[in-house]
Design a protein around this ligand. Structure first.
Ligand code: M6R
Length: 614
């Protein structure tokens, strides 16, 4: 995680760096720092514990001049969050300053060797070890900065995206990457560097994505030069960034999370635009069309993802098996990559990720491709590492998601999975024409039904006040609603810090039912579908043990709604689309409980939006 920004150009570096950090704060926010180099080689480094705003306050009366600079917003891996461990780190000689995103796994050995050579360390970070190593090699070999950087990077094991300044070269900016993203923007003589394209998009639409094992050398007045660790030149296509990227504001909402919950009807419409045609009653995804034979001949689908994206994957499994009769497995990417899974060249691996940068998902993709599987990515962030590492894919097109708790990306992922399943089912003839047409008609009206669900926000806000006492919650669902239960529990945990568990409702009696008493809130997702009668029995079991039932029911429900303590209604839809509606009240419930408890909803403790480390 961690966000990196760099600038070298004709303007002042500081405003570009601070604005960039604000846009990358979703990647980490426990401390922030900036290094500015004056044309005379003066190096000013400012660091502060806390958020970018704290750094801004701290630097208010400081010298912020310089046309070259690097900056960082941190999510701690090695060393507690404090100013001392914040980046940039400066080498002992004071010559180099560096920011880093990733983990240097062999830092302890390198640090010990350098300490023997007299190097002193100010922090407990792995990053300081790397900048000291660069300094050591540069002075030992009297080496040029790029050569010293190459030698140092050949010695380190791990993942990194780094930006480096050398006060002996106040007109140069250096960057390198391995397994952590870096984008370089170019406009006239100016260079912009960032962990994702958003901080750059405000200045230029011409960008280059650095690849693993590459070093970028930016010299004022010259063209961008990229070399690998053996100093061979690397050629890159300059890409044009889509115009709709850039700053996302809260648009009057108190938090990004609430704004993103409310955006879902529009986002899902955007997600379906040009793909679902309700008049012709067709759904077409270009990736499915282009790779039709490969997808149709697959023996098996394997979905890999993490967190919320994994929950979307569980719904994907049901869709692919139900509609397409394709055996589908769902794996946590972090487990898949290390369990020596059976992967055959006839398998299709579907990688789901909002950010497109999740380290475990990227590693799972690499593993799948190395075993000959065809990899299909489902991603939100345009141009991120995952869409570039996969054979093909579909964007969910829900726009930037800033709130750490994923909301609109989840419904976007489920929508794309539903579209892929429908498109393939039609091609495979596992769905009859009537059902196919009816499902497309229904999918097309889901955004309107989402709007209906959002009308219950006020009721959910009032209800939330009652439950701030709770220290535990249980979420129950069956079939398509089981992943929704998991997702609802995750939302509550991550932003309110209340412990919550999601279960398949019928599993309760095999153990967890022992937890039920009059204190325990139990959220039951019980839309009117084939499993309604079954879940009704589960509600009775909870009520018989005095649990407090909050039920998500289909409008007009007059059975569970009478037994439950509280109900939230969603419009009627087809069973496989229920998650697109029933998730929304759970997002709102988690949001309002967290707000009532005074939590930092958009930046929950210990989390970061993009998990680019293992
Ligand atoms: O960017 P990704 O979808 O790959 O991220 C996966 C998880 O880190 C993410 O979904 C996480 O669980 C969210 N904070 C959940 O709200």
């Amino acid at each position: 995680m961690c966000g990196i920004v760099g600038y070298l150009g004709s303007g002042d570096a500081y405003p570009v760096l601070i604005e960039g950090l604000k846009q990358l704060e979703y990647r980490g926010y426990d401390s922030a720092g900036v290094a500015l180099v004056g044309s005379d080689g003066r190096l000013n480094v400012y660091k502060e514990k806390g958020k970018v705003a704290d750094l801004e306050n701290y630097t208010a009366d400081k010298d912020k001049s310089g046309h070259l600079g690097i900056a960082h917003t941190r999510w701690a891996t090695h060393g507690e969050p404090c100013a001392k461990n914040a980046h940039p780190h400066v080498s002992s000689s004071g010559r180099f300053a560096m920011v880093h995103n990733g983990i240097i796994e062999n830092y302890a050995v390198i640090r010990e060797n350098l300490e023997k050579k007299g190097y002193e360390f100010k922090s407990s970070t792995d990053t300081e070890v790397l900048v000291q190593l660069i300094d050591y090699i540069a002075s030992r070999d009297n080496a040029d900065t790029v050569i010293a950087l190459q030698s140092a990077l050949r010695e380190v094991v791990g993942a990194y995206a780094i930006a480096l300044v050398d006060k002996e070269h106040p007109d140069c900016l250096y960057a390198a990457r391995k397994s952590s993203p870096l984008v370089i923007g170019m406009k006239d003589t100016d260079f912009y560097l960032a962990s994702d394209v958003n901080p750059i998009a405000a200045y230029t639409d011409k960008v280059v994505y650095l690849e693993d094992g590459e070093i970028a050398y930016m010299h004022y007045g010259d063209k961008l030069r990229i070399v690998n660790l053996s100093n061979a030149e690397c050629c890159h296509e300059v890409m044009t960034v889509p115009k709709n990227l850039g700053k996302a504001g809260k648009d009057g909402f108190g938090h990004y999370m609430l704004k993103e919950i409310y955006e879902q009807p529009d986002c899902i419409r955007d997600c379906m635009r040009g793909r679902v045609n309700p008049e012709a009653r067709t759904v077409t995804l270009s990736a499915v069309h282009d790779h039709r034979d490969r997808l149709l001949s697959a023996d098996r689908f394997i979905i890999v993802a993490c967190g919320t994206s994994w929950h979307a994957g569980l719904i994907g499994k049901q869709l692919f098996e139900d509609l397409c009769q394709i055996p589908t497995e769902v794996a946590y990417a972090s487990e898949f990559r290390y369990c020596n899974p059976v992967i055959r060249s006839t398998d299709v691996v579907i990688a789901i990720s909002q950010s497109g940068e999740t380290a475990d998902t990227l590693a799972a993709i690499e593993l799948a491709r190395s075993r000959g599987a065809f990899v299909y990515g489902i991603c939100n962030a345009v141009g991120a590492s995952i869409p570039r590492a996969t054979d093909t894919g579909s964007y969910i097109h829900v726009g930037p998601e800033i709130g750490v708790a994923s909301t609109k990306a989840f419904t976007g992922q489920v929508t794309v999975l539903a579209m892929i399943a429908l498109d393939l089912a039609k091609e495979k003839h596992t769905i009859d024409d009537e059902r196919y047409a009816a499902m497309i008609e229904e999918l097309a009206v889901i955004p309107d039904k989402m709007k209906e669900v959002l009308k219950s926000d006020g009721k959910i806000a009032s209800l939330s006040k009652i439950f701030t006492y709770a220290r535990n919650f249980i979420y129950l669902g069956r079939g398509y609603s089981y992943p929704v239960a998991l997702e609802g529990a995750l939302k509550l945990k991550e932003i309110s810090y209340i412990h919550a568990e999601g279960y398949p409702a019928a599993e309760m009696k095999h153990g967890p039912i022992a937890l039920i008493d009059e204190e325990m809130p139990v959220v039951i997702i019980a839309p009117k579908n084939a499993l309604y009668g079954k879940i009704l029995s589960n509600v009775q079991e909870i009520k018989a043990r005095k649990g407090r039932v909050i039920a998500i029911v289909t409008e007009g429900d007059d059975v569970i709604s009478r037994i439950a303590d509280t109900c939230m209604e969603i419009p009627r839809t087809m069973e496989c689309f229920d998650p697109l509606l029933s998730t929304i009240p759970l997002q709102l419930l988690a949001y309002h409980i967290a707000v009532c408890k005074g939590k930092d909803v958009d930046r929950p403790r210990n989390l970061a939006k993009s998990v680019t480390v293992e």
